[in-house]
Write a protein that binds this ligand. Structure first.
Ligand SMILES: Cc1cc2nc3c(=O)[nH]c(=O)nc-3n(C[C@H](O)[C@H](O)[C@H](O)COP(=O)(O)OP(=O)(O)OC[C@H]3O[C@@H](n4cnc5c(N)ncnc54)[C@H](O)[C@@H]3O)c2cc1C
Length: 499
């Protein structure tokens, strides 16, 4: 079972098997990489896109598909950290990005089910601390020029909220179908899109990226890989989370078309029309990557919520994805410490719209316009010690505790191979060596080094997703040790154990 979005046709993209020259190489074909690539290709530049899987199959195809001018961490916080002028600039850029997506889907005839809908943020219990926060959020939205409305009902939804803050004329869509359409448009505009071409080495000095079977040399390297591939100092500033989604077909009329955030339950719920059916999508159960209860049934809890609150029956889709949140509330978009390497990361739960903003900002930078107010606001080189302090300190304390604590825990562990359950995983000592051991449902052991090649933290077992996840910077590996996502460029080393 996978995401509701990953369906429908996608033109096959060849694997890179030669040495290629381009003006710009874009690594990553999610919404960020493809909006950037399309804008640059349509401006007449020679663009090559390298994607480890297929377009849209990363976090873009596993998001909720909501497009909104606000930010999920709240406009009140954004105003407090950045002041009204900069917060307004960010909100306007996001609103323009929604209009760009809407126009581009129409212009290119991309059938991605985009609908203009309201975004309702509601609180069910008046006693919840979220109630006062939502009132503050409503005031912040009005102060920043958004046409927000306050009410006590989510129109057409079976919810009984104490307060509702609504933004009209936002949007939702199928993000995978949109990116698949963008990939086709990049090729049509003269760009080259390579699939199944994982970048395993980045040489900024030479301006070259390498895949197992080829390489691209380019004047600019855009790392649209969600978090910069390889080592980047910004990784120390970001927190990494996983979140889960489920979808079920609606019987009868169901709720009105809308996107709804139930703030006190921390659920994001939306409708979607696809291939003649209507669905309800529920997203939530967020936790830090590599932390929390490794055995929790996150998807089961979301399904229970859907059954209890919306009378849903059979669930047809289930998925999960990752988020990287910045320390100061805005994403990092622009030049990294190497002038020719551009990045877009730290977009939190709002990266469909930020990724589209990134496309415009990165196009400007490649074309020599570094000094726009937006490029300056979002620059990864900004230094915001006051705005970032709390989150930066907390995150690095967490990383330090994993670096040391997880090693000590493994040394102290008295568990042996027999303690690894069928279909489970444990980090334990085998023949004097610390190993990450998975036991398949058939009883076969697969042993790997537990050391994440990115920054040498120990990985943790993730039962719901059957993966090894690094709690430090979010690299994830499958049971054979292959990279699934995150900054690591290489996999976990295999270990030989007697079975
Ligand atoms: C559960 C959930 C729901 C969300 N819902 C929303 C929402 O409703 N609205 C919203 O705005 N945001 C949402 N987000 C956030 C949003 O999904 C992301 O911020 C956004 O998709 C980021 O897009 P991207 O193109 O930067 O990254 P991705 O879509 O992850 O694309 C990066 C691509 O790079 C590729 N890649 C990585 N490393 C390499 C390499 N070494 N070589 C080649 N290719 C590589 C990957 O395969 C991937 O395809 C949600 C996030 C989560 C976790």
């Amino acid at each position: 079972m996978d995401s509701l979005w990953i369906s429908g046709p996608q033109a096959p993209a060849a694997c890179l098997q030669s040495e290629v020259e381009a003006d710009v190489v874009v690594v990553g074909a999610g919404i960020t990489g493809l909006v950037t690539a399309l804008r640059l290709a349509e401006a007449g530049l020679k663009v090559a896109v390298l994607e480890a899987r297929s377009a849209g199959e990363g976090n873009t195809g596993r998001s909720t598909g909501n497009l909104y001018a606000t930010v999920s961490t709240g406009l009140a916080t954004l105003r407090r950290k950045w002041g009204d002028g900069k917060a307004r600039l960010a909100v306007q850029a996001r609103q323009e990005a929604i209009e760009w997506i809407d126009r581009t889907a129409s212009r290119l005839g991309i059938d991605c089910g985009l609908r203009r809908v309201p975004l309702h943020q509601c609180v069910i219990s008046r006693e919840s601390p979220s109630f006062e926060q939502l009132r503050g959020e409503h005031e912040a939205a009005l102060a920043l020029g958004l046409a927000a409305q306050w009410s006590e009902q989510v129109e057409g939804w079976p919810l009984s909220p104490a307060g509702v803050h609504s933004l009209p004329d936002q949007a939702h869509f199928n993000p995978y179908r949109f990116t698949a359409g963008l990939a086709a448009a990049v090729s049509k505009a003269g760009g080259a899109v390579y699939g199944h071409s994982r970048v395993i080495d980045i040489d900024a000095g030479e301006g070259r990226v390498k895949t197992p079977e080829g390489s691209v040399r380019a004047g600019h390297i855009v790392l649209a890989t969600h978090t910069p591939a390889g080592f980047n100092v910004l990784q120390a500033e970001m927190e990494v989370y996983r979140e889960y989604g489920v979808a079920a077909p609606l019987q009868g009329d169901g709720p009105a078309d809308a996107s709804v955030w139930v703030k006190d339950g921390k659920h994001s719920v939306r409708t979607h029309r696809q291939d003649g059916r209507r669905y309800l999508v529920i997203v939530g159960e967020k936790h830090k990557t590599g932390e929390g209860d490794p055995h929790a049934d996150h998807l089961g809890r979301l399904r229970d919520y859907g059954r209890q609150n919306f009378g849903l029956g059979e669930f047809t889709h289930a998925w999960s994805a990752q988020q990287y949140t910045s320390a100061d509330g805005l994403p990092y978009i622009g030049r990294s410490r190497h002038d020719n390497v551009l990045i877009a990361t730290g977009m939190g739960a709002d990266g469909l719209t930020w990724g589209t903003v990134a496309g415009a900002v990165l196009e400007d930078i490649v074309r020599g316009r570094d000094d726009t107010p937006l490029a300056e606001l979002l620059s990864p080189r900004r230094f915001t010690p006051v705005k970032s302090a709390r989150s930066f300190a907390a995150e690095n304390a967490t990383v330090a505790s994993h670096m040391v604590g997880d090693r000590v825990e493994a040394l102290r562990s008295e568990e042996g191979l027999a303690d690894v359950p069928l279909g489970g995983g444990r980090v334990l000592r085998v023949d004097g060596e610390t190993c990450a051991v998975h036991r398949t449902r058939e009883g076969r052991y697969i042993a790997l080094s537990p050391v994440c090649p990115h920054m040498k933290c120990h990985v943790k077992w993730n039962q719901s997703e059957q993966s090894w996840d690094c709690p430090c910077h979010g690299s994830r590996f499958d049971t054979e040790g292959r990279v699934l996502e995150g900054p690591a460029l290489t996999g976990l080393e295999p270990r030989q154990i007697g079975q």
